[in-house]
Ligand binder design. Structure first.
Ligand code: ADP
Ligand code: MG
Length: 559
């Protein structure tokens, strides 16, 4: 199908042409004709990077009555980067639609200016839930004329704890509007939103749900938690020419990892929520233009980044959520290119791999962490390849050659080659001279499981902290991490698995900080919330079993 066969108006078609979109993507092909016929409620599920913005954006723009200068299309999106990106995309689609006005409102920027632009009269508002909720409370935005509401990246909005804001915003919009929900994954929270807010929505899926891109291979390395960073370095060294994102769990972790990488001579930077907007823009710009080849980021920070040619995605930590894994790995292997998603896991996380495999319907390959010899070989070949492919600009270099030959006269060809290679290569040879094997044996794992001493084989380094509140009180992973990192010493500590059940939740942290964390939490958090550490040996076995059964409550041995 072509864009011209979808019933779109000439103005919009002109905009698409200017963007050089040749033909619609699968989700666009399925969604646009339906909405052009009738603006009905739709749930659209398609992977990241498949063109969802135009799928809802083109028909939604056409449904606008330009003469009526009040907001008619409201798009909610989880981050300011995405808001900006969506607003920008819509501007492009509607470039030839006379009089169309679009604005975006999001946190972390002056509210004054946003209010001003709203006052000038706009047709489309692209917003983060937090900021527009705020504007509604201040009566600075009127949503009574909204005819189309879009929940973009609905799964992520829920993950970020925007549930209450979304509820409040929706209650301010007219009953008889069209609601469109877009998401890369269809998880229970998303289904619940659909149930609560949508009227007989049709579900449109392009590609299988939660299925990862066909040309991404999924690889994991299993190491001790303490070897995570060194494993990351090996992965980077083993892939000369890598252009990828390293995903971390917390802001602090992105900072730590990127600082270490820079110290160790890599071209890396961190992207996280503590940066100012200009700083973020600057880093993203550098990464987009490939002036930076490794970006260390949290999921949220990396959301707004649209880069097509990533060679690798590295999971420095596995996400708790399978949908997040799909998002991450979907950032590589785009535009017909091969991509690889590499996960660095510790012993305890093997079960998560099985879970993810089931969900994305793809097998992971367990690959050994590259050893020193492998890496040196790779680096060497890559260097020779670069040499073979290098441009020789004869007229520029020729004038120097006589002198060069003169200086090298006494060396044989073999000797010259060896020295040039060493020059580039000694760094790796030296670093990896006595490099230890970082792999954790599978055999050991099975044995220790049987004996219930898996924790010990991990150096007994992690402990679990349990809270007596959970989903029932709307606690989110983010809340837990936020609480944890406030404790002295905990900022740099490794955070393990986080589990949230109905009436309890738990988080694993390094043993060495448990005392501090407990002290801090019990001192600062609300009365009535109880926090306690659980004995290692009590939870190991349960944890493992629970995971396979799909846990619904923390089982604890009566003590
Ligand atoms: P999603 O929201 O599904 O993650 P986006 O809507 O952000 O994806 O689109 C991803 C990229 O693909 C953007 O750069 C967009 O301009 C581009 N794109 C969208 N539709 C098409 C199309 N039909 N042809 C070519 N490129 C497209
Ligand atoms: Mg999108």
């Amino acid at each position: 199908m072509l864009f011209t066969e979808m019933g779109l108006s000439p103005d919009i078609l002109k905009g698409i042409e200017a963007l050089n979109f040749e033909k619609p993507t699968p989700i666009q092909e399925k969604v646009i004709p339906v909405l052009k016929k009738n603006m009905c409620d739709i749930i659209g599920i398609a992977q990241t990077g498949t063109g969802k913005t135009a799928a809802f954006g083109l028909p939604a723009i056409e449904a606008i009555n330009i003469a009526n200068k009040q907001p008619q299309l409201l798009i909610l999106s989880p981050t300011r980067e995405l808001c900006i990106q969506i607003a920008n995309d819509l501007e492009n689609y509607g470039r030839y639609v006379n009089g169309l006005r679009i604005t975006s409102v999001y946190g972390g920027a002056s509210m004054e200016n946003q209010i001003k632009s709203l006052k000038q009269g706009v047709h489309v508002v692209v917003a983060t839930p937090g900021r527009i909720h705020d504007l509604i409370r201040r009566r600075k935005v009127n949503l009574s004329g909204i005819s189309t509401l879009v929940l973009d990246e609905a799964d992520e909005m829920l993950n970020m704890g925007f549930r209450e804001d979304v509820d409040a915003i929706l209650s301010q919009t007219p009953e008889n509007k069209t609601t469109l929900l877009f998401s890369a994954t269809m998880e229970p929270g998303v289904a619940a939103i659909a149930r609560n807010y949508m009227r007989e929505p049709s579900e449109i899926t392009a590609g299988k749900k939660n299925e990862s891109t066909a040309n991404v291979s999924h690889v994991y390395h299993m190491v001790h938690a303490r070897d995570r960073y060194n494993t990351l370095k090996r992965v980077l060294d083993f892939h000369p020419g890598i252009y990828g994102i390293v995903f971390c769990r917390t802001r602090q972790e992105t900072k730590d990892v990127s600082a270490k990488l820079v110290r160790d001579g890599y071209n890396a930077e961190a992207l996280h929520g503590d940066l100012s907007q200009p700083q973020r823009d600057h880093i993203m710009q550098k990464f987009r233009s490939a002036a930076l080849n490794v970006l260390v980021a949290t999921d949220v920070a990396a959301r707004g980044l649209d880069v097509d040619s990533l060679t690798h995605v590295i999971n420095y930590n596995l996400p708790d959520d399978t949908g997040v894994y799909t998002h991450r790995s979907g950032r590589t292997g785009r535009a017909g290119k091969e991509g690889m998603s590499v996960s660095i896991i510790n012993l305890k996380e093997r079960g998560r791999i099985t879970q993810i495999e089931r969900s994305i319907r793809k097998k992971f390959e367990h690959r050994p962490v590259p050893g020193g010899t492998d890496i040196c070989e790779r680096q060497l070949f890559s260097m020779l390849e670069r040499m073979q492919n290098s441009n020789v600009v004869h007229n520029r270099i020729d004038p120097y050659m006589d002198k060069v030959y003169g200086m090298l006269e006494d060396l044989s060809k073999e000797e010259i080659v060896k020295r040039f290679v060493s020059l580039e290569f000694n760094r790796f040879l030296e670093y990896y001279r006595n490099a230890p094997d970082l792999n954790v044996e599978m055999k050991k794992r099975r044995k220790s499981n049987a004996e219930g001493t898996e924790q010990k084989s991990n150096g007994g380094s992690m402990a679990r902290i349990v809270f007596n509140i959970g989903k029932g009180k709307n606690i989110t992973r983010r809340d837990i991490i936020d609480m944890l990192v406030k404790a002295p010493g905990a900022r740099n500590a490794e955070i393990g698995k986080i589990e949230i059940y109905r009436r309890a939740s738990s988080v694993e942290v390094e043993n060495r900080v448990v005392k501090n964390v407990l002290g801090e939490l019990n001192r600062t958090i609300y009365r009535g919330i109880r926090v306690e550490a659980e004995e290692n040996r009590n939870f190991r076995g349960n944890d493992f079993r629970d995971r396979h059964k799909g846990p619904r409550g923390i089982k604890r041995k009566a003590s």
